[in-house]
Design a protein around this ligand. Sequence first.
Ligand code: ZN
Length: 169
Amino acid sequence: MIYPIVKYGNPVLGKIAEPVTTFDAELEKLVADMFETMYAAHGVGLAAPQIGISRQLCVIDTTVTDKLGTKLVLANPAVVSTEGRQVAEEGCLSLPDFRADTPRPERTTVRAQDVHGQEFTLSGQGLLARACCHEIDHLNGKLFIQHLSALKRDSIKRKVGKLVKAGEW
Ligand code: ZN
């Protein structure tokens, strides 16, 4: 099932998501739906709050841009450590058509649980590190524009405001 993706301005995107406590068939179905929704929207990552579900759950698939990429499910994830810095263009399915050079760590180590509740630790660099940071931010009520300069962020907010007024958001 493909869910509608909620956009910037929806309060669910600003909330700290609730932990996943039950690892059952319902969660597996939700994860499958999140992958389906993400692929349909041509994203490399999707967090549950982006479909209006305030839970500590996200999916990432960097094979979309790199055959040697990684496909993964992160439940209750946390960034354990980071290293270095990278700046690259970033976007968000909840801010369609807005992209901006965004600073992120070059390498990130994440601890999380998989869809069955099994704990694991994963280190990634480049796009994978970026995607992990971006999606985990969503679970903490943060969007990528919070990593931009106030000038750039305000410019995006103003443009979104205009789209809202025009009924196009
Ligand atoms: Zn996003």
